[in-house]
Design a protein around this ligand. Sequence first.
Ligand SMILES: Nc1ncnc2c1ncn2[C@@H]1O[C@H](COP(=O)(O)OP(=O)(O)O)[C@@H](O)[C@H]1O
Ligand SMILES: [Mg+2]
Length: 292
Amino acid sequence: MPADATRSGSDPVLSLRGATLRFDDRTLWSGVDLDVQPGEFVAVLGANGTGKTSLLRVILGQQRLTRGEVLFEGEPVRAGNPGIGYVPQQKLADDGTPLRARDLVGLGLDGGRWGFWPSRRKRAVVDRLLAEVGATSYARKPVSRLSGGEQQRLRIGQALAADPHLLLADEPLASLDLSNQRAISELIDRQRRERGFGVLFVTHDINPVLGMVDRVLYLAGGRFRTGTPDDVLRSEVLSELYGSPVDVIRARGRIIVVGTPDSGHAPHDEHHDAGHEELCDHDPSDAEAVAL
Ligand SMILES: Nc1ncnc2c1ncn2[C@@H]1O[C@H](COP(=O)(O)OP(=O)(O)O)[C@@H](O)[C@H]1O
Ligand SMILES: [Mg+2]
């Protein structure tokens, strides 16, 4: 698909209509309306426990909505759709896994819509994918010997193997250093422009992708806002969303959100201090010092 694949007049690749997800008596999000256009880059923001991964599981057909609908290219979603590429939350490969880098990318073809490929054709396709994600130089190395950034490139290569029209990436920058955060973000950005797929990119931290993001979906306390980063990442908008005063600070091209109340409601959130939620790096105090 051409580089200008983002067209407001085209059919959305993904549509959420009144999408609501509840577990027991807890509403993760409710009434979400969102269209993702071909080639569009949408960041999904929110503290841990706000339902970002659950949203991806809904789109993957692994979790049913409580209410509303979710359509992929106009059809209700179903499990195992090869049109949707998925980069799950990162797990580093165990030591002793004999899988080589190129095998990992090749798995994306085996599971795809063409079944098992003839080996020569498959080798050529894997070589092209490895080149596209910048992994040619370590194609024959065991995955377990590679760095987090190198492994993440392979996982993106694997997700792209079936030529998806939508890429879901769940915190693909977590545990990467700043230069790898940049490299992985730029890789996804370049690929979505060249191939024209839509992207839902889950992240705690908007900063590494701020220049690439077309729109954000910001989840907080069972509610949400959508819009451009400039529309949503403002003190008034987030204060209204959270129902308490929140400051959005912009400094040296970075965005820091200070004063959010929901980190105290996020039992699995090891990174966040109460009352200080970030769209910034792993160590909030450190990132704040850098930005201010
Ligand atoms: N299948 C489920 N049944 C009950 N609760 C769940 C289920 N899946 C997720 N949750 C809960 O929903 C909340 C949101 O989880 P998740 O979507 O993983 O959030 P995030 O990715 O934003 O951190 C968590 O409190 C989690 O424990
Ligand atoms: Mg998650």
